[in-house]
Design a protein around this ligand. Structure first.
Ligand SMILES: [Zn+2]
Length: 354
């Protein structure tokens, strides 16, 4: 048993009631509530030429099965047993509706409030570190709601998702939200992978470019004290490209690949409060683990990498949370694992104050 307390810096507890019915298209909204139908479609596809797509549908079905749970608490209870007693979880709400979709069954305000109630229960008070979601499309109301989450609910940080339709240096963020985070010593986590959801009417590429690592440079320069976690360390596709190899004769290749880009940004020393987390990405364990272990040999990077999993998006993958976290600890050794799962998360969350 570890003699330290680990923090998983990245999980989700929102349910399908928090996801718009027309996301990403209405048919999916209908299907997600029909587990039998999902499995039937997967079964049929798997018997045909579209075997891979069948597997994909089955994996999405596994994720939807967690999303169909009735409450955020039910989702939490489905992950707790996979971690050692006392593990803390940074909980990240989701606001897909603000990306141009319909209002979901349960509003963002209610999602925040329910998370606050959950995190106030005696058995979870020490385990949950709730963050609040801001989407600048909601304007001043988004900032007011954020302040309410911090000041009334005791939330501990900010969650962003630029792929859902805003720049990381959007005016509302630059003028109000980031200064408020600096004044109140609040950390930021932002989706930084090519995968995931994107705003309605956008294509994936437009979403990706909006959330690219270099888009954060103006934010990092304007707010050097702001502790920002670029979640997913670039994401699975960028890792696959990195594992395949980066062309040393192409000067733009290191900037183009998000893994090298994030590593170079952190190692440059120019942004002392820039972090990244390895959530989801490490579920491709066999391929990515040796590369992560080598990256972490460098101290400047090792101090900025955070352990996180991205539960329950990871239900699409074959390995469990438990398997990935134990394999990580085994592969990295207790000391390095402790750095990324206890020391660094505490510094990111508190800045070393309290
Ligand atoms: Zn996530």
């Amino acid at each position: 048993m570890p003699d330290y307390r680990m923090t998983n810096c990245h999980i989700h507890l929102f349910t399908l009631d928090h996801v718009p019915q027309n996301f990403p298209v209405p048919i999916v909204g209908f299907l997600r509530g029909q587990p039998g139908l999902i499995n039937a479609i997967a079964w049929v596809l798997e018997k045909t030429f579209w075997k891979d797509q069948g597997g994909q549908v089955r994996r999405l079905g596994r994720m939807a099965a967690v999303g169909r749970k009735p409450t955020q608490e039910a989702v939490l209870r489905s992950v707790l047993h996979q971690y050692s007693t006392g593990t803390r979880f940074v909980v990240l709400p989701m606001d897909i509706a603000a990306g141009g979709y319909d209002t979901p069954e349960i509003s963002l305000e209610q999602q925040h409030y329910d998370l606050h109630r959950l995190a106030s229960k005696p058995q979870f008070r020490d385990l949950l570190v709730p963050f609040a979601k801001v989407h600048p499309a909601r304007g001043q109301a988004a900032f007011d709601e954020f302040r309410k989450c911090i000041e009334e609910y005791g939330f501990r940080g900010l969650k962003l998702y630029p792929k859902l339709g805003h720049a990381p240096d959007d005016r509302l963020l630059m003028d109000k939200v980031y200064p408020y985070c600096v004044d109140n010593n609040l950390p930021v986590i932002t989706h930084c992978s090519r995968g995931g959801v994107y705003a309605r009417g956008w294509d994936s590429r437009r979403g990706e470019e909006m959330g690219a690592p270099l888009r954060y440079v103006p934010v990092l320069e304007a707010f050097p004290e702001l502790r920002i976690n670029l979640a997913h360390f670039g994401g699975s596709r960028e890792w696959a490209d990195y594992v395949a190899g980066i062309d040393p004769l192409d000067p733009a290749a290191r900037r183009r690949n998000w893994v090298t880009c994030i590593r170079d940004m952190i190692n440059s020393g120019k942004y002392p409060n820039l972090y990244t987390d390895i959530s989801y990405t490490m579920f491709d364990f066999e391929e990515n683990m040796p590369f992560l272990a080598v990256f972490l040999e460098k101290e400047s990077l090792r101090r900025k990498v955070l352990f996180g999993s991205d539960y329950y998006m990871t239900k699409q993958e074959d390995l469990s949370e438990r398997a990935v976290s134990m394999r990580l600890r085994h592969a990295l050794g207790a000391d390095v694992f402790r750095e990324i799962s206890e020391v660094n998360p505490t510094l990111w969350l508190t800045g070393g104050h309290g």
